[in-house]
Design a protein around this ligand. Sequence first.
Ligand code: AMP
Ligand code: ZN
Length: 115
Amino acid sequence: MENCIFCKIINREMPSDIIYENEQVIAFKDIHPKAEVHVLIVPKKHRANLNEIDDNEKELLAAIFLAAKQIAQQLNLGAQGYKLVLNVGRGAGQVIDHLHLHLLSGTYNRPLNEI
Ligand code: AMP
Ligand code: ZN
């Protein structure tokens, strides 16, 4: 998708701090972290948000959630746990129109409704 920041990160046309990747998903550190640990988990297939996911694309959703579990293990978050946030639409605070799951853990420097 042209002019999509996250597609550019996926295609290595823009730098980012990638911490996890598999066939369907990429994950990188949020550039403005709202918590001690703040990672964005992004499907490689461009979809603006959850409302654009068809019933036959369930695998894409499974992939981002299972990637979250893998990343949490990789970052040793077992004891402190983590939260997953998925904003859908401007009213909910979504500013990047490429579906992404926020993985947050540790001390927060923003209230949850500002993530
Ligand atoms: P949302 O508000 O749910 O759309 O979240 C978008 C997130 O993307 C915000 O937390 C931003 O800080 C983050 N972000 C924006 N541009 C970049 C970038 N180039 N690299 C990493 N994170 C970014
Ligand atoms: Zn995109």
